[in-house]
Write a protein that binds this ligand. Structure first.
Ligand code: SF4
Length: 338
């Protein structure tokens, strides 16, 4: 089959890795180079099966609980962030820590701490059980309550309706979150908003691109893992934007041929934790089936880059200084995170 059949692909831009994921993945790789394997990582460093499997092959060990890390080892915290109690667990377990929490998640943690110190009731919009929500809630458990969508608003109770603020998980659907906020504002007219958007730039831009392609694409394929919040949101946004069908796949091999029946235009995008190689495999499969024309649907330019976690930067600096002084590398163990 040839591209002249009118079959085409709309390829979202931006898609794939955001600055927080890029930083977290590089942090694991640098830590393995710097300290040697194993490097323990608490929770999946980012929610992507391929990334986790690739890092495991290089010597990373993923654990769900801090207590699983043997004393004296290094543990890295994932991009989703952790509650203060997890830092205490690491200290008790005599673990050196590297904190790969995305700076945009840290920003939400700081907002939670500040509003709690001013004795606000904090309504955290997010998905129950998500790692990021657990971490943020842990900053001020006595002040935060979770609101998991507009349908949760009816049951929200606060101590003083004049001191209420909403914050959110960074990877939510922008539109659904605004619905929840509107419902909360109706109930609590004095509700205070966060100082700046908690839903991060990467989540917003990927949703914007999918909205643009959703009206034209009959089928949208989102590359991403089932536990990736921002990837799952892209499927929902695609359907709301008009796509007849939208599916989440980890790998090109999961694409069902039946999805392509009668489809002229396929939209392709990927979540913020997805390496581009997985998108390339999807494009190659589609090209083999006649979808050779690829048009870019560009919603935004992204130039954000985050520096590596401070513990790694410090040790890498020391390593470079030692090498420059002709003393070889620094010791294998990182010191505790600041
Ligand atoms: S999706 Fe947003 S908050 Fe999450 S790691 Fe990426 S930039 Fe940070």
């Amino acid at each position: 089959m040839t591209a002249s059949s009118g079959r085409r692909v709309l390829l979202a831009a931006p898609r794939g890795y955001c600055a927080g994921v890029d930083r977290a993945v590089i942090a694991v790789e640098k830590a393995l180079e710097q300290y040697g394997a194993p490097v323990y990582v608490r929770h999946e460093i980012v929610h992507n099966k391929y990334v986790v499997q690739t890092l495991e092959k290089k010597g990373a060990i993923f654990v769900e609980r801090t207590e699983e890390v043997p004393p004296g080892n290094i543990v890295m915290f994932s991009a989703h962030g952790v509650a203060p109690v997890v830092h205490e667990e690491a200290e008790r377990g005599r673990l050196a820590t590297i904190d790969a929490t995305c700076p945009l998640v840290t920003k939400v943690h700081k907002e939670a701490v500040r509003f709690a110190s001013e004795d606000y009731d904090i309504l955290l919009i997010g998905h129950e059980g998500h790692e990021e929500v657990i971490g943020t809630s842990g900053e001020a458990p006595d002040h935060i309550q979770l609101v998991d969508g507009p349908e949760d608003v009816a049951k929200v109770e606060v101590r003083d309706p004049s001191r209420v603020v909403w914050l959110s998980q960074t990877t939510l659907s922008v539109d659904e979150t605004m619905e929840t906020v509107d419902a909360l504002k109706e109930k609590f007219p004095q509700l205070v908003s966060p100082p700046s958007d908690d839903i991060c730039y990467a989540t917003q831009n990927r949703q914007l691109a999918v909205k643009q392609m959703g009206a034209e694409a009959e089928l949208v394929i989102v590359v991403g893992s089932r536990n990736s919040s921002n990837s799952k949101r892209l499927v929902e946004v695609a359907k709301l934007a008009g796509a007849r069908e939208a599916y989440l796949v980890d790998f090109a091999s999961e694409i069902d041929e039946a999805w392509l029946e009668g489809v002229t235009t396929v939209g392709v995008t990927s979540g913020a934790s997805v390496p581009e190689v997985l998108v390339e495999e999807v494009l190659a499969l589609l090209a083999e089936r006649g979808y050779g024309d690829v048009e870019l649907v560009k919603a935004a330019d992204e130039h954000i880059v985050f520096s590596l976690p401070k513990e790694l930067r410090r040790d890498l600096r020391e390593e470079a200084a030692a090498l420059a002084a002709g003393r070889g590398g620094s010791g294998p163990a990182a010191t505790s995170g600041e």
